[in-house]
Design a protein around this ligand. Structure first.
Ligand code: F6P
Length: 319
């Protein structure tokens, strides 16, 4: 291998830049050239790229978003489009590709590898933490800290006005962000797609707490379970609080990555290049009980990440 390509793809995640830096510096230290394609698979198709050097990735680790920019490319589901991407990579002399992104991006990577034999290593990056086989993906920790910080602020104003806040968080089909941020702020209610919603039980619980003198209430709802408006309608005039709605939205995807995300991304980027140099391909770098391992991408994509139900019990016990 002499020249590798790198993309950040799908929804951005804080820490992607730290991964780009780590890949570039590990690769160039090993005598490889690095080409960064812009806007994920779109940059490969449009041949929009830049050479990344040891120096050019300086000062990017602390930046939110991705300097390579990103995109969702629905066209990549078409085998002809993937063939075009493979042709472009060959024309540019790219011997291997590192894909930083979530499940959709890893699916594209798996297909490029299987159909065209391009050695690919995936690096999991998605705030949703819904990628199987890895304990954490890049961006999750920063997202959680942002969500917790925002909810803590909401708690201040909630207490002043004796109000309930229904806070909608991201996560697509996963309740991970809702559950973990809910635990971290001591939310009175956490609604996630993995479990049926029992509005009656939740209403009784919150009303009981209100009668005992509680002056604020935070209910976190994962976007994949229900909208904050739907949840609010269920509680209307039933929980003893005036209610307000906050949808955290894309604020959860921005910001300077936390130390945890910078370190995770640095480790994963470094390891991804080492895997390629050792001849591994078609694998994703995964965090497994604090060690980094290589897991075949097709195994990752054949599974669904399970929520830790013990944490649900914990949340219910503590709130
Ligand atoms: O996968 C990350 C994520 O932020 C999800 O939580 C959310 O559902 C989705 O991306 C939003 O996508 P977009 O930025 O394309 O609106």
């Amino acid at each position: 291998i002499k020249k590798i390509g790198i993309i950040t793809s799908g929804g951005d995640a804080p820490g992607m830049n730290a991964a780009v830096r780590a890949v570039t510096r590990t690769a160039t230290s090993n005598g490889l050239e690095v080409i960064g394609f812009y806007k994920g698979y779109a940059g490969i198709l449009d041949k929009e790229y830049t050479e990344l050097t040891y120096a050019s990735v300086g000062g990017i680790m602390e930046k939110g978003g991705t300097i390579l920019r990103t995109a969702r490319v629905p066209g990549f589901k078409d085998p002809n489009i993937r063939a075009e991407a493979a042709r472009n990579l060959k024309e540019l002399g790219i011997d291997a590709l590192i894909v930083i992104g979530g499940e959709g991006s890893l699916t594209g990577a798996k297909l490029l590898y299987e159909e065209h034999g391009i050695p690919i290593v995936g690096i999991p990056a998605s705030i949703d933490n819904d990628i199987p086989d890895t304990d954490m993906a890049i961006g999750v920790d920063t997202c959680l800290n942002t969500a917790v910080d925002s909810m803590q602020k909401l708690k201040d104003t909630a207490s002043s006005h004796e109000r309930a806040f229904i806070v909608e968080v991201m996560g697509r089909g996963s309740g991970y962000i809702a559950l973990m941020s809910g635990i971290a702020v001591g939310a009175e209610g956490i609604i996630i797609p993995e479990l049926p919603i029992d509005y009656d039980q939740l209403t009784d619980k919150i009303w009981e707490q209100r009668k005992r003198g509680k002056i604020n209430c935070i209910i976190v709802v994962a976007e994949g379970a229900a909208s904050a408006y739907t949840v609010a309608r269920h509680f209307e005039n039933k929980i003893g609080y005036e209610t307000r709605i906050t949808i955290l939205g894309h604020i959860q995807r921005g910001g300077s990555p936390t130390a945890f995300d910078r370190i995770l991304a640095s480790r994963m980027g470094y390891e991804a290049v080492k895997f390629l140099l050792n001849g591994e391909a078609g694998v994703m770098v995964a965090l497994n009980r604090s060690k980094l391992i290589a897991v075949p991408i097709d195994k990752v994509l054949s599974e669904k990440k399970e929520l830790d139900y013990e944490l649900v019990k914990l949340a219910n016990t503590l709130s």
